[in-house]
Design a protein around this ligand. Structure first.
Ligand SMILES: Cc1ncc(C[n+]2csc(CCOP(=O)(O)OP(=O)(O)O)c2C)c(N)n1
Ligand SMILES: [Mg+2]
Length: 139
């Protein structure tokens, strides 16, 4: 966790002709998000796709499955990530519906700036096939 953003910056600086995309969970991104400022400062025009489900979802999945009565420390009180990215001088927007994504991605590419798309998802969507509720107590 936290590796994707600095790795994407280094990759983009090494190969500026390539589209470099960082996929990060909200928990992952918060481990090294100060490096977003480094990306803007260094002119590394990466695109960050930040998947914000408001939880350390992978850990929550284990808690729900094995310790459903002892959920602890997995909720995240997140900032407005798009606002933070804009404050750094980047292009940023928030996507709330799948149907909004394609156009948002195109705008990120066309901005020719360091960019971040803040993608809000439902914490219930633990995996494409399973909900948190369906996992609960099923160890
Ligand atoms: C540096 C580090 N700390 C802790 C972990 C354990 N860990 C694995 S997944 C995870 C939660 C990830 O949360 P998030 O980035 O929000 O992604 P999600 O699972 O919600 O998609 C944690 C804490 C790790 N892999 N690396
Ligand atoms: Mg998460």
């Amino acid at each position: 966790m936290g590796y994707g953003l600095p790795a994407a910056i280094a990759g983009k600086l090494r190969c500026p002709e390539k589209e470099v995309i960082c996929f990060a969970g909200d928990g992952c991104f918060q481990m090294t998000m100060q490096e977003f400022g480094t990306a803007v400062q260094a002119g590394a025009k990466i695109i960050v796709l930040l998947i914000d489900n408001g939880v350390y979802g992978t850990i929550r999945m284990h808690q729900e499955r094995d310790y459903p009565d002892r959920i602890s420390g997995t909720a995240l009180r997140n900032p407005d990530f798009a606002a933070i990215a804009r404050a750094y001088g980047a292009h940023a927007e928030t996507v709330n519906e799948t149907s909004e994504f394609d156009a948002a991605y195109e705008r990120a590419v066309e901005s020719e700036k360091t960019a971040l798309i803040h993608i809000k998802t439902d914490p219930e969507a633990s995996t494409p096939a399973l909900t948190l509720t369906s996992i609960r107590g099923k160890s």
